[in-house]
Design a protein around this ligand. Structure first.
Ligand code: G3P
Ligand code: CA
Length: 323
């Protein structure tokens, strides 16, 4: 009898300590800035569309306002997705840019959000996407987006996760702002505290992500974003605090041999260290080295065996994985 009890403790004890969310054990689809291939990025409308596509996670890039509200926006700048230059022409800095951090939440709420454009020439970045300046879109806070997603989780009975990113922590520190602490507090207030809570926290800045785990003692699922080749040598260190990596997809690709892509050792090295691999960004309208989006998905999701994808076109990736 004692042996059976001991066995049960081992089985269930181990299961608990290694417990990962269900979606962490399959290839996950992350709506990159929402369904941003179809609607202006990071708007609640783009998030609703992504939700309705049955994604696993919806992404939130986070920057602080002047009055310390975490805003869901891709950059520390406002002038490539809003009409700030028209509404507040005197509020640009010397570098001619308009910064989220220079505006209160109430001021930010007055801005109109548009499909992304180049502030130098006013041209839409992805020409076949939602028409520039069309519609009525607004900025919103992390709290508003969490309430939106959790509300939908209640009304639909689904459990779709969030995938927030701490943006430019070094910039916020220079401005005497505690972005990370504020975000962690909001996440905790809404029940996102451990790896079981359907939240993945990401950051490009390795020192900051390590601090989140080791000093701030976060128990969330952490993903170290990567951009440069040299970072691939730091995988073993990343594994001391992170649960996964989010590489630029080109860090996974090697040369083409006889018309077939070959791969760097990044994915297998990461897997040996127990790290999940969620590359960015799968865009059906920016294929670069791929002939079709199907080829991109087959190459990275299947042949390179990554564990998920940040995508502007979640419906296409979900349809592909469902095949
Ligand atoms: O966070 C994953 C991916 O979004 C990284 O690139 O620049 O779109 O935030 P970025
Ligand atoms: Ca991001």
């Amino acid at each position: 009898m004692k042996k059976i009890i001991l066995l049960l403790i081992i089985i269930f004890g181990c299961k608990k300590s290694h417990q990962k969310l269900k979606p962490m054990n399959k290839k996950i689809v992350i709506a990159h800035r929402g369904a941003s291939g179809y609607l202006p990025e990071h708007t609640l409308q783009a998030k609703a569309m992504a939700y309705a596509m049955h994604v696993d996670f919806i992404e939130q890039d986070l920057v602080l306002s002047k009055d310390d509200v975490p805003i869901v926006i891709h950059d520390i700048y406002l002038d490539d997705v809003t009409d700030v230059a028209k509404k507040f022409p005197d509020r640009k800095r010397e570098d001619q840019r308009y910064y989220v951090i220079d505006f209160t939440f109430d001021e930010l709420k007055t801005l109109q959000v548009s499909e992304r454009f180049n502030p130098k020439n006013g041209k839409q970045v992805y020409s076949n996407r939602f028409p520039i300046w069309q519609g009525n879109f607004k900025l919103h806070s992390l709290q508003e987006e969490i309430e939106f997603i959790q509300g939908l989780n209640t009304s639909t009975g689904k459990d779709i996760g969030i995938y927030p990113e701490i943006k430019a922590p070094e910039f916020h520190q220079k401005e005497n702002k505690n972005l990370t602490e504020i975000v962690l507090n909001v996440l905790s207030d809404y029940g996102y505290k451990t790896k079981k809570d359907n939240c993945i926290l990401q950051c490009f800045n390795a020192k900051e992500l390590e601090r989140i785990r080791k000093e701030l003692k976060s128990e969330l699922f952490l993903v170290q974003l990567m951009e440069f080749k040299e970072e691939t040598k730091q995988l073993a260190h990343f594994a001391t605090y992170a649960d996964g990596i989010g590489p630029w997809y080109r860090q996974i690709l090697s040369e083409k041999v006889d018309g077939k892509f070959t791969f760097t050792s990044l994915v297998s090295d990461a897997h040996k260290l127990g790290l999940k691999v969620h590359p960015y960004t799968f865009r059906a309208d920016a294929l670069a080295e791929f002939t079709t989006f199907e080829e991109m998905m087959q190459t990275l999701l299947i042949d390179a065996n990554v564990d998920g994808a940040f995508t502007d076109f979640p419906d296409k990736v979900i349809a592909f994985l469902g095949k």
